[in-house]
Design a protein around this ligand. Structure first.
Ligand SMILES: NC(=O)c1ccc[n+]([C@@H]2O[C@H](COP(=O)([O-])OP(=O)(O)OC[C@H]3O[C@@H](n4cnc5c(N)ncnc54)[C@H](OP(=O)(O)O)[C@@H]3O)[C@@H](O)[C@H]2O)c1
Length: 298
């Protein structure tokens, strides 16, 4: 693979949380593409960006991620989460190239009661989850060298995410209510980016292996609830002198949203560790690092 890895990794997703983290962490050449140059709503831009980048591997971190808005915007969600990734997968297949495609815990209904493994029954509860599941299937059908990584509860020191929203609310309110009956695995974009770069390095070093194809769960280790995550955010922020609001637990029924979320979408990531030797860090120290980065940036 030495001659191919002189070429860049094409990362889609522009200024998104994961794409930005990938570009920041990479020690190998990366070609980062976002809108308007790379736009799933303009299918011709997909092939143009692909051929211009001349990559050896593609990481698709672009997606329609507005979970509630997707309920009213189904066509756009499917264009970005199924049709565009399918086209990328066809391009990779034609070039005999690996594709790492990112998906979501929202493909599950959350009723299992213990962490999901890759072979568990999927049953998305919202348009976003259904469109991402359709994307997984399309990518795996179109490309023999596709690695599909399901992740969850992604946040970063920048961008729009739950952690930053909590910090913003905590500056102006002395009391918050947060849903306490949804469980999941918080994942930082830098941790997921590091895992993806390790997978890419493994593929480059070993050459493509059949065991690499298929679905893998790739989330932060351990789990909590949204209420647990919010409480931990303020505990970490207090180290930096931030005011700590009272965080009261509420139920999902107390906080209705347009899109239904899984009650328990914890992911078992054993397969990723077994096949690629990659395990994402525990969520709590990663949260502490993220809060430190947010306060360091001012
Ligand atoms: N955020 C989460 O909690 C979460 C949870 C589970 C799974 N995931 C998955 O993780 C991956 C990365 O998510 P993220 O958190 O980095 O999301 P993000 O911050 O919302 O970034 C997604 C990026 O996708 C690009 N995009 C959106 N619509 C597009 C379109 N029609 N054509 C081309 N690009 C488009 C946008 O980039 P530009 O506008 O800059 O071009 C956007 O910045 C996605 O596959 C997502 O489904 C995320």
């Amino acid at each position: 693979m030495a001659e191919t890895t002189a070429r860049p990794i094409l990362v889609t997703g522009g200024s998104g949380q994961l794409a930005s983290a990938l570009a920041a962490a990479a020690t190998v050449p990366v070609c980062l593409r976002g809108r308007p140059a790379f736009d799933f709503d303009r299918p011709e831009s997909i092939g143009a960006a692909f051929h211009q980048a001349n990559p050896w591997l593609v990481v698709n971190a672009a997606a329609y991620t507005a979970v509630d808005a997707a309920e009213q915007d189904e066509a756009a969600a499917y264009r970005a989460n199924r049709d565009g990734p399918a086209e990328l997968a066809r391009l990779c297949e034609a070039a005999g190239m690996p594709l790492i495609h990112v998906s979501t815990d929202y493909v599950f209904d959350g009723a299992k009661g213990e962490p999901y493994v890759e072979t568990d029954q999927v049953a998305p509860q919202c348009v976003y989850g259904a469109s991402k599941l359709a994307g997984e299937k399309a990518v795996l059908e179109a490309c023999k060298r596709a690695v599909v990584l399901r992740t969850s509860w992604v946040y970063a020191p920048t961008g729009r995410n739950f952690v930053r929203t909590m910090l913003t609310l905590g500056r102006t309110r002395d009391r918050l209510t947060v849903v306490a009956d949804q469980k999941g695995c918080p994942t930082t974009a830098p941790d997921l980016a590091a895992a993806i770069l390790e997978i890419a390095a493994r593929i480059a070093a070993s050459g493509w292996q059949d065991a690499y194809a298929g679905v893998f769960h790739a989330a932060g280790s351990g789990w909590t609830t949204w209420h647990g995550l919010a409480s931990a955010v303020f505990a970490e922020a207090a180290r930096h002198g931030a005011a700590v609001p009272r965080v009261d637990p509420i139920t999902t029924a107390d906080y209705p949203t347009p899109a239904k979320r899984p009650a328990d979408s914890r992911l078992d990531c054993t397969k990723l560790a077994t096949v690629f030797g990659v395990r994402l860090p525990e969520w709590r120290p990663s949260l502490a690092r993220t809060i430190d980065a947010i306060f360091a940036a001012g």
